[in-house]
Design a protein around this ligand. Structure first.
Ligand SMILES: [Zn+2]
Length: 345
């Protein structure tokens, strides 16, 4: 038996898992992209459930404003300033010494996707932006790897499991990626901790179902909840799945092949990085963006550019064509992260 029978006895007694299911969990290899609010819950639940291997990919470091919802981190982690993936691995290893935890401090970009997401049984979305999600969706569809999408903003959450070729994929649901700045983000509209706990928990359950082989219970339903309005809905996506889309039924992978998405460039001689939208993304509505950012920091706006100070010596200058210059850093991954958080992508 490749697992500790006593430790997992309650899970094994749950009939849909049983001994065979627990063995599958112990043999499974999961890639988790992002270990913040959602990813932290997913990682904790899967490591406690006895997942065999988990690769944790994150580009960020913990901040004090993360602590209301990011369960893997504490004040000491913020003070230590270690990358989230590394700090998370250390906490998770203390929960379960038998689990192989692989922290990877990296940004998910088209060239890094095969190395970061290849060779696993399931991919889980713990990210906060559409660019990463479309990259995951295309890679998962191309390679036939099941993946679980989760999102949370305000008090709303959503979860979608994708079984490539058999269920609707993210592009079936969202045919056109939102333009930069078109949607609120957690950093502009806020988010409450409990919704991250709910969404992360549902994502973890979906991964367990996929690994255990209860696939009839997975896919083709989008779970949507609003904890403030006490609404829970499950939407049937079978009609979308029957039609398919160019990614899951064809072989169209614009994000993976770099035909759309953003590109980061360190600006020569300046403590700044430019994050530019790719050709597939539209420009930004500057007036609406300036209005949203008023809640975040000091905003200076005209018809060509909106400048906003977001703290820690960082200023974002957003241009009408969708470009953003992030001043106060030369770290491309950090700049892309800040743009995803405040402008959205
Ligand atoms: Zn599709």
């Amino acid at each position: 038996m490749p697992f500790d029978a006593d430790r997992y006895s309650r899970q094994v007694r749950f009939a849909p898992i049983g001994e065979a299911g627990q063995e599958r969990l112990a043999a499974a290899h999961v890639a988790l992209v992002g270990c913040g609010a959602l990813g932290g819950v997913v990682a904790m639940a899967l490591v406690r459930a006895g997942i065999g291997r988990i690769r944790i990919i994150d580009r960020d470091v913990p901040e004090l404003s993360n602590l209301p919802r990011q369960v893997l981190f504490d004040e000491a982690d913020v003070a230590a300033g270690l990358p989230k993936a590394v700090a998370a691995a250390s906490h998770l290893q203390r929960i379960n010494a038998a689990c192989r935890i692989e922290p990877i401090v990296a940004d998910l970009i088209p060239s890094s996707v095969p190395r970061l997401l290849g060779g696993v049984d399931v991919i889980v979305d713990g990210t906060d932006n559409f660019e990463a999600r479309f990259l995951i969706n295309e890679f998962a569809c191309r390679e036939g790897i099941p993946w679980v999408h989760g999102g949370a903003i305000g008090a709303e959450g959503r979860v979608l499991s994708v079984l490539p070729g058999r269920s609707a994929c993210l592009r079936c649901l969202v045919p056109d990626p939102p333009a930069p700045g078109a949607l609120p983000t957690c950093d502009t509209a806020g988010v409450i901790g409990p919704v991250a706990l709910v969404v992360g928990a549902v994502e973890a359950a979906e991964v367990m179902k996929i690994v255990v082989g209860t696939e009839a219970a997975v896919g083709n339903r989008l779970l949507v909840c609003d904890l403030w309005d006490s609404l829970w809905r499950s939407v049937d996506l079978s009609p979308l799945a029957a039609a398919g889309c160019p990614t899951c039924r064809g072989n169209d992978f614009p994000w993976l092949e770099g035909r759309t998405g953003t590109q980061a460039t360190v600006l020569c001689g300046r403590d700044a990085v430019q994050v530019a939208s790719g050709p597939g993304l539209a420009g930004i509505d500057l007036a609406a963006f300036a209005e949203r950012m008023a809640a975040v920091g000091r905003v200076v706006a005209n018809r060509w550019i909106v400048r906003v100070t977001v703290g820690e010596g960082i200023e974002l200058a957003v241009f009408a064509d969708g470009r953003t210059i992030v001043s106060g850093t030369r770290d491309e991954a950090r700049a892309r992260g800040l743009v995803a958080r405040y402008v959205g992508a």
